[in-house]
Design a protein around this ligand. Structure first.
Ligand SMILES: [Mg+2]
Length: 344
């Protein structure tokens, strides 16, 4: 006898076997939350004997059954947050009728659609067409063959399972895309914005400053004699110094400020809603903090040189602002390092 034919004999089910979509048995305790949801069925039928027969068959086939005795009760159950996705509806019931319930379900269908079988004593071809047009997935005429009903319910289970697998894959894909997008904008060593992310955020900040006529300033930072750290104490020490500086910078700026690793040992901060004077104050605080913080794996503190520039809204391009802050940084270097110089 084929395995699928054994499904109807619930009492013969070995306790440690599994149910899967392929028709194998799965003990209740081992089902995943998704599989448990898929094994739930709602029956809505106003005929007590038909309802009882359906219920006992579905329980025998391994499903968890919820029963509604009229259309209104069925709809109330389907409106609960947790409810069966596999639905067997009688066509004619007091309250909302089967096809109307399906239409309502389809109007608000989420990422996991319901699988609906309409069951009725109407035998006309037009009834089948009407039920399917209303959104039903399948149609079974009473009196039904038990084998046929079992096979049709199994199709519903399989379709729902495929939807669940698909939704799971879509969620994983979305997560992966989000991770890739984040990594593409992050400096791997320091976790700061990388150059690409800086460029995007800088352009946005410049647009905001122009549109709302608010101040924007840049602070450019270059660690002093950083090559010496790498040469004398190795690249591991150099990396740790960069990570420490990145942490200190993040600690000292506001959440909305953009701190990026510009390249090598150079950092840049975009300060929106900040005028030149406030940017100078921040740069001085950072300079002093660097000077006072012992660097890891290096027997001295690492200082840095700073250029500060406030955006000239009326006449300046992004490139021109970057050039000005770079020139200021260059002046800080040429004037002896460990200092803040304001751009002209
Ligand atoms: Mg009825």
């Amino acid at each position: 006898m084929k395995k699928t034919q054994n499904i109807s004999a619930a009492e013969q089910r070995p306790p440690d076997e599994k149910i899967t979509v392929a028709g194998q048995w799965l003990p209740t305790s081992e089902k995943t939350p998704g599989e448990r949801t898929l094994m739930k069925v709602l029956i809505a039928d106003d005929d007590p004997s038909s309802c009882l027969l359906l219920e006992s068959l579905l329980i025998k086939w391994g499903y968890e059954v919820t029963v509604a005795h009229d259309g209104d009760e069925a709809w109330r159950i389907l409106c609960l947050t947790e409810h069966p996705l596999l639905v067997i509806l009688d066509w004619m019931m007091p309250g909302i009728e089967g096809p109307a319930i399906v239409s309502r379900l389809r109007e608000r269908e989420g990422p996991l659609p319901h699988y609906v079988i309409i069951i009725t004593s109407k035998e006309k071809e037009s009834a089948t067409v009407h039920a399917l047009n209303a959104g039903a997935d399948d149609f079974v005429a009473k009196p039904f063959s038990q084998c046929e009903l079992q096979a049709r319910v199994a199709v519903g289970f399989r379709v729902n399972h495929l939807h669940m697998v698909l939704m799971d894959k879509m969620q994983k894909l979305e997560q992966a895309t989000e991770t890739i997008s984040r990594l593409a904008r992050t400096d791997e060593l320091t976790g700061l914005h990388n150059r690409r992310s800086f460029n995007e955020n800088f352009s946005l900040a410049i647009s905001t400053a122009r549109r709302h006529n608010v101040p924007l300033s840049l602070v450019s930072i270059d660690l002093d004699h950083f090559k010496r750290v790498n040469d004398d104490y190795g690249h591991r020490a150099g990396d740790q110094v960069l990570q420490m500086c990145a942490s200190l910078l993040l600690e000292m700026v506001r959440e909305e400020d953009i701190v990026a690793r510009w390249g090598g040992e150079e950092f840049i901060i975009v300060l929106l809603y900040t005028d030149g004077d406030s940017a100078i104050t921040l740069a001085e605080r950072v300079r002093s903090r660097f000077e006072q913080t012992p660097a890891p794996l290096v027997p001295y503190a690492i200082t840095a040189s700073f250029g500060v520039a406030q955006f000239k809204q009326e006449c300046e391009t992004e490139d021109a602002l970057l050039r000005r802050v770079d020139d200021a940084l260059y002046s800080a270097k040429s004037q002896g390092r460990n200092r803040v110089i304001v751009a002209m």
